[in-house]
Design a protein around this ligand. Structure first.
Ligand code: NAP
Length: 465
């Protein structure tokens, strides 16, 4: 096929991928965005298959059949809550594929005795280095989230320094390979050390920080694909790889900002080491006594309420309470109460966690309100109903400079007239700190599993009305 036509097809594919991503920014247009981006990808694949240089269509066809079959089964079986580890695995395969392509190109140059020109030697090294780190790093992220290995941060003395030395060694080896395209020994050591580095960089990161790491590894897999694009002279791969690289790093930044932590802090501080998933458990301190109430008490207050803001968190996801929450929301609305759902950007354990669960329970998109928009409404709200959320509603983040979450934007539930908090105990959340909200005069703790308690409150509301 004519080269100009191929390049035009890649350009069209890139435009469709960008338009697709644009549409993904809203839940309403996201399905359309998926379709547009898929069409772009299809055009890129067809253009690549028609380009010169394809050695064996049968092997490619067999790969498509096997890959599609595995993908189809995985996509149908995967639980929504297991999505982060699925993404991690796919990122890893992407990085691994880029590393293999770069390795094959290096070996073919070395065997034919030709010297790669222009940016190609740099791209080969970048493809192998980033691809290998992404491959093993993503497998560790997958294993932590799938609980195949300990989720907590794994630390040992001089960890950051030894990783830094290994990073320097990898860069020196990379420079050797760039300068001498027949340096097979340094090439294999570079690949081996990069694989090891991927493992060592991810094990000190706690399981609950994994979504941030996965987003970063997603960015790496894009960069590795982009490097491979330069190696193969494939502009479609360069463009789509850069898009993935850029969007992954933007998502990582958004998540870090929402937690008021730097990327460096997430990657190198071993947050939560030694205390399991929940992080270091702080003493409750002398904050008074939290008051426990019953679902029936809550029903009495709901009977006089005109507005309710539901604030879901990680506990709602653990209890799989989203359907019960929607039923309670519907019930309250039927009795004339305005019901909205407040979405904190890092509530739960993955980006969009609450949106996904509430959408699964058919909560209308219009009722989901982002943090910045909903916060001014709390002072005018009768009841803030906190369901399994803790850190994202901790007022300490506004005032307590020594707190690990100081500066993290929170949902201002404490400013509502009444606050109901549903959780099982006084245990802390991810950040491992106590929450003064639970001791406020306007807070009513309703202890119990989120699903059972929400069902009990709904029953009490029905009985009371
Ligand atoms: P959280 O602070 O981790 O608190 C969750 C609370 O849910 C816990 O205090 C727990 O208390 C309760 N809970 C657990 N299982 C429950 C059940 N079955 N029924 C009722 N309650 C239950 O959660 P969050 O407020 O959603 O905050 C998210 C945290 O994760 C933030 O610190 C954020 O920075 C971090 N994080 C988020 C992301 C992301 O992408 N979303 C990524 C990395 C880190 P009990 O044990 O007493 O029940």
């Amino acid at each position: 096929m004519n080269n100009q036509l191929i390049q035009f097809a890649y350009l069209a594919a890139a435009v469709l991928l960008i338009l697709g991503m644009r549409n993904l920014s809203s839940a309403k247009t996201a399905p359309r965005g998926n379709l547009i981006a898929s069409l772009g990808m299809l055009i890129a694949i067809v253009a690549t298959l028609l380009a010169q240089g394809v050695v064996d269509y049968l092997v490619i066809f067999a790969g498509i059949v096997v890959g599609s079959a595995i993908g189809l089964v995985l996509a149908q079986r995967i639980e929504m809550t297991a999505m982060p580890q699925m993404v991690a695995l796919l990122n890893g395969f992407g990085g691994g594929a880029s590393a293999l392509v770069a390795t094959a190109e290096f070996l073919s140059y070395e065997r034919s005795g030709t010297v790669p020109e222009g940016v190609v030697p740099y791209a080969i090294v970048a493809g192998v280095l980033i691809g290998c780190i992404t491959f093993t790093g993503s497998l560790i992220a997958f294993s932590k989230l799938q609980e195949l290995m300990r989720g907590a941060a794994i630390t040992y003395p001089l960890q950051n320094i030894s990783n830094l030395l290994m990073g320097i060694a990898v860069i020196v080896l990379g420079a050797m390979v760039v300068m001498d395209s027949s340096a097979v020994g340094p090439f294999w050591i570079l690949a081996g050390l990069s694989l090891l580095l991927g493992i060592l960089l991810v094990i000190p990161i706690g399981g609950a920080d994994m979504p941030v790491v996965i987003s970063l590894l997603n960015s790496y897999s894009g960069l590795a694909a982009c490097a491979t694009g330069f190696v193969l002279g494939n502009s479609g791969l360069v463009i789509s790889g850069s898009l993935v690289g850029a969007s992954g790093i933007i998502l990582t930044k958004i998540m870090c900002d929402a937690m008021n932590r730097s990327i460096g802090n997430v990657l190198f501080s071993a947050f939560g080491a030694g205390a399991g998933e929940a992080g270091p458990v702080a003493a409750a301190g002398d904050q008074g006594t939290a008051k426990g109430y019953t679902p029936e008490d809550a029903a009495v207050i709901f009977a006089n309420a005109r507005s309710v803001i539901v604030v879901p968190g990680y506990g709602m996801a653990v209890a799989q309470a989203q359907h019960a929450v929607r039923e309670l929301g519907d019930l309250l609305q039927e009795s004339g109460i305005k019901v909205q759902y407040a979405i904190h950007p890092v509530a739960g354990r993955m980006p969009g966690h609450m949106n996904v669960l509430l959408a699964e329970a058919d909560v209308p998109y219009e009722q989901l309100v982002e943090m910045d928009e909903i916060n001014p409404e709390f002072p005018e709200t009768d009841v803030a109903l906190v369901i399994g959320a803790n850190d994202v509603v901790n007022p300490q983040a506004r005032t307590e400079k020594s707190s690990p979450i100081y500066g993290m934007p929170i949902l201002d539930v404490d400013r509502a007239r009444h606050v109901f908090v549903i959780k099982r105990s006084m245990n802390p959340g991810f950040a491992g700190i106590q929450n003064p909200l639970f001791f406020h005069d306007n807070t009513m703790m309703i202890f119990g599993d989120a699903k059972k308690t929400v069902v009990a409150i709904a029953a009490a509301v029905r009985d009371f009305s």
